[in-house]
Design a protein around this ligand. Sequence first.
Ligand code: UDP
Ligand code: MG
Length: 343
Amino acid sequence: MNRTRSTSANEHDSVKHRVEKRDVDFISVVVPFYNESEQILMTLETTECVLQTLDITYEIVAIDDGSVDSTWRELSKYTMKSPNVRAIRLSRNFGKEAAICAGLSEAIGDAVILMDGDLQHPPRYFPEMIALWREGYEVVEGVKTSRGKESRFARFTANLFYGIFAKLSGIRLKDTSDFKLLDRKVVDYWNTFTERDTFFRALSSWMGFKRITFPFEVDERKVGRSKWGFLKLAKLSLNAVISFSSRPLLLISSLGVIFLVMFFVLAVQTLIRYFGGNAATGFTTVILLQLLIGSIVLISLGLLGLYVASLFREVKGRPRFFITETTDTNFNTEPERDTGSEE
Ligand code: UDP
Ligand code: MG
């Protein structure tokens, strides 16, 4: 059968069939890579070493998120010597969120573990995660006990974002990570999402299910450096807030009301002065108010624009990623044609 990216009922039935026939648990590990050529060998070897000690069968689904270095070459080379590793190459850099989505739609295990490609999510925790899953938990989340080596600025901005996000969306993300194990049921539901702007950490928490956390220590990155620049992180944070909360819009209206009240107070004061004959003063107040109101109007307009843009992106409904190449010989990279028979 040609495997496609669809999440159609038929395909899931056949996937389930394939999986259910196994006597031991089948675990998929999804790893996104973006310009990590020096890291790949170490990451995949370490991961396989751990997986081989467990009483399971496994596959590793490596996603090349449009790297411009030799990541793809390294990945294909590795898949030749290890039959349990599949690599999927996206047509350009779509970002880690899209790479995760690609991995989740391709993984066929009874449970799927997501980890970073730089070993900062150490595979030595796999046995514990799988044990918790076998106990019946459907989402097993890694919680950072230490955040690894990180600049003070990075820590400050991360905490600021988590603080604002928790206030606005009611979802607490502090110290959470993308190091997670998801049961097949959760992955199947995840694959039904049609959202473009996904934020894995928050969406998977919003989904519910029987969940448990485990503490883990973030290892240090051995080679390369973090792919998240300040702007990329700022964009992710903004998208996360916008797709999870409409409270900023409420905030704008509240600000409007506050300013209306202030306007009435000032109006009374100005009129009193006017009739008292000393109206020329107050120039400073006018300038300050103009600046303040002007900036708030602009910020509000911008914010509204962001929500409209987000709506626009969602309405267009473009695919989240394109797969250009894969090492899976049964894989069909042709875009799917709508046969109108299902979904
Ligand atoms: N990553 C990705 N696409 C991107 C950026 C990052 O697939 O556009 C991958 C990256 O290769 C790594 C993981 O996401 O495996 C985490 O990235 P990184 O270590 O840069 O993030 P940090 O640990 O600093 O949060
Ligand atoms: Mg990292």
